[in-house]
Design a protein around this ligand. Structure first.
Ligand code: PGA
Length: 249
């Protein structure tokens, strides 16, 4: 694991956007795995500004989002489909047909999950996967559980995740109880992985991800086995790590 520690959230966001820029510059038809949540918002802002300054071109890029709430219409401003359009897709030149977000509104969830997995496969696989991390070390919506899930699937969200996400909704009862997420297996297949974390609240999850046992109860711990992974953290998220294990950037 390569661990880079930035002074603050802005620096973390810039560093992350630079990594995406390098990827897309080297391979214009890159397949990007994208994440929602408050952590990557700054990175998306940077990417939009790079696009406006003609530094990056998304015209050949394909994107796959990690997850989507179950049974939350895409017109709802808390759906991840909405989030991604609002924060990134509406402001860059990615082609509509190259954007993929799981559809949480379908009746046949199993068919939707295999359709999503097949799309990823047919696109040649994910070149770089952006990840946030939950307080419980979930990645995507792969919650702590008893086994690592291979492909896209429907999950019951943990109470702690529902509570954490309630800040975006009017009331906690509005937070969906289920979501569709790419499996840990699908995430692991990405050629490169870039995990972002900021704030003291993530320090323990990061500690367990870096030093803990590789167990599905700590979903992000499996990333220890990936051979091309970078963690980009702010100082607070890195506060429980041994300084010998990271590079300050
Ligand atoms: P956050 O969520 O970026 O809003 O903290 C991350 C996650 O739950 O995966």
């Amino acid at each position: 694991m390569r661990i880079l520690v930035c002074k603050n959230y802005e620096e973390m966001s810039k560093k992350a956007a630079q990594m995406i820029l390098s990827q897309v510059t080297l391979k214009p038809n890159s397949v990007l795995g994208l994440a929602t949540g408050s952590t990557p918002m700054g990175m998306y802002k940077e990417l939009v500004s790079m696009y406006k300054n003609k530094v990056i071109d998304f015209s050949e890029v394909t994107t796959f989002n990690l997850d989507e709430y179950y049974q939350l219409p895409i017109t709802n401003d808390q759906s991840y489909h909405y989030f991604m359009h609002e924060n990134l897709f509406n402001h860059i030149n990615v082609k509509k047909e190259n954007i993929h977000v799981p559809n949480g509104m379908v009746k046949d969830i199993e068919a939707e999950c295999s359709r999503y997995d097949n799309f990823i496969k047919e696109s040649g696989g994910i070149d770089i996967q952006v990840l946030g991390i939950g307080h419980n070390a979930h990645i995507g919506f792969n919650e702590p559980t008893i086994n690592f899930e291979r492909g896209t699937h429907l999950v019951d969200l943990k109470e702690s995740t529902i509570e954490a996400n309630a800040r975006f909704f009017d009331k906690i009862e509005d937070v969906p109880r289920k979501a569709i997420t790419m499996g840990t297996g699908s995430i692991f297949k990405a050629r490169k992985i870039m995990l972002l974390a900021c704030g003291e609240g993530k320090a323990e999850a990061i500690y367990n991800t870096v030093y803990g046992k590789v167990i599905p109860e700590v979903p992000a711990s499996i990333l220890q086995f990936h051979n091309d992974i970078v963690l980009i953290l702010d100082e607070e998220a890195a506060s429980k790590l041994n300084p010998e294990d990271y590079k300050i950037v």
